[in-house]
Design a protein around this ligand. Structure first.
Ligand code: GLN
Length: 538
């Protein structure tokens, strides 16, 4: 049976529970154990798919097509294990399940309550599909003390009893602030947060203290004493310069060793930190920079393009360069400013997006990249905009547009069922907005002698999708005759998946999201190639 590690947070959010969980997963894996990571989110949305990136950051998509919390991206990047739909659950999902069951009369006339019905469903989720794992690390979103996370905290308390406490470990991540004015480190918020946790019946086994500066022994002792935790289990995590240093720093603090000690397990082999040391060194020491412009709608919030940021960094690691990312708000990008704003840019990236706002700026920037031989990568919406730009300016189809934002015009991009007569493939796009997209991993067949095939070195690739609209295959010939190849198609040849320009050093658009599959220890070939081209761009 798997052992369960529960990670809760205290004092404030955004302390890096996801990163701590992911780093711990790597360390345990490296010691020879099989680990799975899960996230329990306390909000009422069924999934984050309908939330604006400004609200919740990026929506991370799994192979099996779930729209999940961005922490699952951290999990995959650090552990290398592909997350599944069953690895992210929200309060909304739990209530949805329970209420559906209630309507069907499955509770046999009982009063349906938070305890036991909601907590039972949470416990089922935690345990589901875990029999082959040595460890399941479950991160609870939000912080202890929030009204909305209460049922989750109650459920993990019960769960630990159900499986016997020796098979469950509670880790609490809190903030240990440093006060500049008095030059002091404060342990009180941690004490209060642990008190809060204990009031619900959970005594943490390990406390991870997030701090700006190293925590002196006397303060650790104080935390140990007041929070009733062995001093060896008071672990500090001081801000790191790059997130990829986190496994190294947790190893130094013996987090993984203390976890094994708790479960009375031995390490099966020594931890291998060499890959993290190598990439940390590259990231921190690299002097040579490559200027990349990211032109999108959500640039103000860093987390909105989390996986993309990471994938670019990975491309930089592969090419020994530092990525200097210039985030440009597509809504504010005036046509007259494009030349000056993109003057020192060596690569232009248009990410995924939704809706009309900011499209004209993007289209103009794409034109600039196409005409000036600047390496260009268009992702999902970025590819769709590249298609519109080419249709308007090269094919002279002035009315070319997407039905996503213009109901009239010439729909080169549209909902697939607007032009597919074959009943089989029609998607139910006129239903609710949630859960009506082409989601998850799909195959694409790459064209012989194309640039993309040289990059992937494969005939068939698998990449993750998240979109409602597609490029109309009917225009393929017209585009190809004029220099834009449809160099990747769905296996049935009906959906354009990749486009590239024949007479351009590096101009590629992809309908999928390659960023979700890039990992620091295995940079994605498309990003490596994009950064290489940008590095070589004069
Ligand atoms: N809005 C576009 C669509 O739904 C693109 C989505 C995206 O970029 N992820 O097709």
């Amino acid at each position: 049976m798997a052992r369960f590690i529960f990670v809760t947070g205290g004092v404030v959010s955004s302390l890096g529970k996801g990163l701590s969980s992911a780093s711990l997963a790597y360390l345990l894996q490296s010691r020879g154990y099989k680990v799975r990571l899960r996230k329990l989110d306390p909000y009422l949305n069924i999934d984050p798919g309908t939330m604006s990136p400004f609200q919740h950051g990026e929506v991370y998509v799994t192979d099996d097509g779930a729209e999940t919390d961005l922490d699952l991206g951290h999990y995959e990047r650090f552990s290398g294990v592909s997350a599944k739909r069953s690895d992210n659950i929200t309060t909304g999902m739990i209530y949805n399940d329970v209420l559906k069951k209630e309507r069907k009369g499955k509770y046999l006339g009982k009063t349906v309550q938070v305890i036991p019905h909601i907590t039972d469903r949470i416990k089922e989720f935690i345990k589901n599909d875990s029999s082959k794992e040595d460890f399941v690390i479950c991160e609870i979103g939000g912080i202890v003390g929030d009204i909305e996370s209460l049922p989750f905290v109650e459920a993990i308390r019960q769960f630990a009893n159900d499986i016997e406490k020796k098979n469950a470990l509670f880790i609490h991540l809190t903030l240990v602030p440093y006060l500049k004015s008095s030059d002091e480190i404060k342990t009180k918020p941690t004490q209060h947060s642990v008190k809060e946790l204990r009031s619900i019946g959970i005594q943490p086994d390990i406390i991870i203290c997030r701090s700006e500066r190293p925590i002196p022994l006397e303060h650790r002792k104080k935390i140990s004493l007041f929070c009733n935790v062995d001093i060896k289990n008071v672990i500090e995590t001081v801000d790191v310069k790059t997130i990829y240093e986190a496994p190294i720093s947790f190893f130094k603090e013996k987090l993984d060793l203390q976890v094994l000690n708790y479960f009375r397990l031995k390490s099966k082999r020594p931890v291998n930190l060499t890959p993290w040391k190598k990439i940390t060194k590259i990231i921190l020491k690299n002097k040579k920079q490559v200027n990349i412009a990211l032109i999108g709608k959500y640039v103000e919030l860093k987390d909105a393009y989390k996986s993309l940021d990471e994938a670019l960094t990975h491309g930089g690691i592969k090419n020994n360069v530092k990525i200097n990312l210039l985030r440009i708000d597509s809504e504010k990008l005036k046509v007259s400013e494009i030349k000056s704003k993109l003057r020192n840019i060596s690569g232009i990236l248009i990410p995924g997006g939704f809706g009309k706002r900011g499209t004209e700026g993007k289209i103009e920037a794409i034109k600039f990249a196409r005409m000036n031989n600047i390496p260009f990568l268009g992702i999902c919406y970025g590819m769709q905009m590249a298609i519109i730009e080419f249709a308007r300016n090269k094919l002279k189809l002035k009315k070319a547009t997407s039905s996503e934002f213009d109901k009239k015009g010439l729909h080169i991009i549209g909902l697939i069922n607007e032009w597919t007569k074959d009943g089989k493939k029609i998607k139910g796009t006129d239903k609710d907005l949630g859960g009506t997209m082409r989601l998850g991993s799909y195959d694409a067949k790459l064209k012989e002698n194309s640039k993309i095939k040289k990059i992937y070195k494969k005939n068939i690739i698998k990449e993750r999708h998240r979109h409602r609209y597609e490029v109309n295959i009917a225009y393929k010939q017209k585009f190809e005759k004029n220099g834009m190849e449809f160099s990747g198609l769905s296996p049935d040849g009906e959906l354009p998946e990749i486009i590239e320009l024949r007479n351009h050093p590096w101009f590629i658009g992809v309908q999928f999201h390659p960023e979700f599959k890039s990992r620091p220890l295995a940079p994605h070939p498309l990003f490596s190639s994009f950064i290489k081209a940008s590095k070589n761009h004069k």
